[in-house]
Each structure stands twice: as C-alpha cells, then as structure tokens.
Design a protein around this ligand. Structure first.
Ligand SMILES: [Zn+2]
Length: 368
C-alpha cells in the first residue's frame, strides 16, 4: 500500500476511490480497472501510476490511497504525530518543521481525522472486557470563561482508551466581582451551556462502547450526572463509585483513568496547567486527543518499565507495537467507515465554539 516504498508498477488499487461507485464498498465482485500512464512529481517516488475505473470512469492514482495524498510536504504527518504527543505546541511545531502555523493547524486536524477513523476501524470487532473506568477531564476553550470536560472511558485490565466525547460547562469556582460581571455579560450574549450536557454526552460515550453488551461494570467518581447518564442504556450496568477525595495512588480503583489524565497533561501542550497554548476550539482539542488515543493504544507500551506490550496487544487486537509508519500506512476513507454520531461531528469539524464568530468546518473534497 505504501507507494513510497513499493515500485509504482507493483501497486494494485484495493477498491474504487469514488464513493458513488459500486466498487467502492463492495469487494465481492471483481473490479474492472486499467492502468492509465504516469504523472511526474517533485518528491520521491517521482513517477506515480495512474488508473481509470472501468465501471464509473473515475481517474485516480496510487497516491489516492496514501495518507500523504495531495500533500506538498508528505514528510510532515509522521513528524507531527510524535511531536504532538511529545508535548509540543502548534507554534513550536511550525518553527521546528519550518512551515507556516496554519499548515500545522490544518495537518493536525487531518491527522486527528485519520486517527478517529483508524481507531474505529481497529475496534470494529473488539468488545470491552472487565471493568470500565469513566472520568471527566477538565479543560477550557478560547478563554477560561468557556470550560469544558472531555469524558474519557478506559478499560481497567488493559489500559485500553476506548472512547471520548466532550461537554461545554458553565464557569464555576472562585471568581472576582469583575469576572462574575463578565460571565453574566457573556451568558446574556451567547447563552448558557446546557446544564444536562454532561449527562447526555456521557450517555453517548457509554452507548457507543456498550452497544453490543448485555452487562458491564463501570467505575467512576461521585459526579452527580453519572447515575442519570447510566439510566437509559440498553445494557445492565453495575455502577461502582469511588469518592473523588480518595487518595489517588495505584490502589485507587480509578487508577487507570487518573493515569490517563496524567498522560494527557504530560503529553499534550494544550492541556498543561498554566499554559499559553490552550485550545482555541474544543474541536481542535478533540483532534489532538484522537491522536493521543491512537498513540496510547497502539504505539506506546502499557507501562514504561518492565512491559513490552501496548494496550492493544494486551487486548489481543494487534500482535506487536505499531510504529508511526504503521499508523500512516494507508489512507482511510470516511465513506467506508461508520463513525458514531459524536465522532462524525468531530470529523466534520462541526463542534462549535460559541465565542468565535466563525467556526471553520471540514469541507475538503480531495483530502480526508
Ligand atoms: Zn469506480
């Protein structure tokens, strides 16, 4: 599949890239296509094989199936992947890779979309095993007047990071009189976040992961919205509560989620305490979190010491730790992978930040 390492003539397209062609999703019938010459390009390999689908007449190339499709700098994605989970902020990335900051913003979003699809595809036939641990990860977008929670779900026995959603929250906690006035002004102008958002978004999170389960055990802290979120699930849930004031060491039943919290704060520049690199949109935070999820599950070992297995290996999903090249081995097509409703919104960049007058959505036709 990797057109950078295989010779241009050896590549065989696996399906028609046209989403409206009957050979896009259906691989049961033989697919008629023909080779249609080459085109030259500036980076290696310099000759790219072209093809034509004989069913829909769509023309495409070996690059159509590659993650570097339509990229002027095909080397950027793999570097971005490790640097974003290595704590670098967007401007630092731009200086390090010698590209415009807007290039980093766009490519991070693209990489995030790829990671949403990759995790969904890799877990198509996977089922949660053992207790699941649930928690909210506190963050803010645009300014501290717009806090939000990422809801995270982790498997206790494998550290496998299953899924995430998010909810906008109302600013709480200690505020000066001026800050309280400012909050009131902003809420009058932009409205208040839905007070039931946590309940709805945690419900969606659990519904996605537990859709095929008859029974499950969920551990969490004593957040008041969680029992309500668990109520209307089609699955029988045993809910075990650990008070949030309990000591957070390795014996705490919520250890796995506390560890993931630490890993996110340590590895992602936008979630550091007192940072100046906070996310301007929670949409962007979700894209970065999708990259971290793929790194955590498929690339990083479960523990740093005395462990050679990734969470995906503990679960039996993969036989070896993945390298970044494995993550980026092939382009994934949105039209061939069914995303859950919330992740579909992340994919389309449809999660709105109310403080911004314009929220750019994802409408590219030829990039994924
Ligand atoms: Zn076709």
């Amino acid at each position: 599949m990797d057109s950078a390492t295989t010779s241009p003539t050896a590549f065989r397209p696996p399906f028609c890239p046209n989403p409206n062609c009957k050979h896009h999703n259906d691989s049961s019938q033989p697919w008629p296509y023909k080779r249609a010459g080459f085109y030259p390009r500036l980076t290696t390999p310099h000759r790219i094989q072209r093809f034509t689908c004989l069913s829909c007449r769509r023309s495409f190339s070996s690059q159509t199936f590659h993650t570097s499709y339509w990229l002027k700098r095909p080397d950027l994605l793999s570097q971005l992947f490790m640097k974003t989970v290595g704590g670098m902020a967007n401007r630092q990335l731009a200086r390090d890779l010698k590209v415009a900051p807007s290039t980093i913003d766009r490519q991070l979003a693209r990489l995030g979309r790829h990671c949403l699809l990759l995790h969904t595809r890799l877990t198509t036939h996977a089922r949660p095993t053992g207790p699941l641990v649930l928690d909210g990860f506190a963050a803010f977008e645009f300014s501290q007047f717009y806090p939000f929670d990422h809801h995270l779900l982790v498997e206790r026995d494998s550290s496998f990071f299953w899924h995430f959603t998010d909810s906008p929250l109302r600013r709480r906690g200690r505020m000066t009189a001026a800050q309280k006035r400012r909050r009131q002004q902003l809420e009058q102008r932009l409205g208040r976040p839905d007070p039931k958002a946590v309940e709805h978004d945690v419900h969606k999170l659990l519904q996605t992961v537990l859709s095929q389960e008859a029974a499950a055990t969920v551990r969490s802290d004593d957040h008041r919205a969680y029992p309500r979120a668990l109520r209307r699930l089609g699955c029988q849930v045993e809910h075990l509560v650990t008070p949030s004031v309990a000591r957070r060491d390795a014996d705490n039943p919520l250890f796995e989620i506390n560890l993931l919290d630490l890993l996110i704060r340590h590895s992602q520049a936008n979630h550091r305490r007192e940072t100046i690199a906070w996310s301007k949109r929670r949409q962007g935070s979700a894209e970065r979190l999708a990259i971290l999820l793929v790194w955590r599950n498929y690339v990083k070992r479960r523990w740093e010491k005395r462990c050679r297995q990734t969470p995906a290996m503990v679960k039996g999903l993969l036989a070896r730790p993945w390298q970044v090249a494995d993550v980026l081995k092939q382009r994934l097509f949105r039209s061939r992978i069914a995303l859950c409703e919330r992740w579909d919104r992340y994919y389309r960049r449809a999660v709105l930040t109310v403080a911004l007058p314009h929220n750019r959505a994802h409408q590219l036709k030829y990039a994924f």
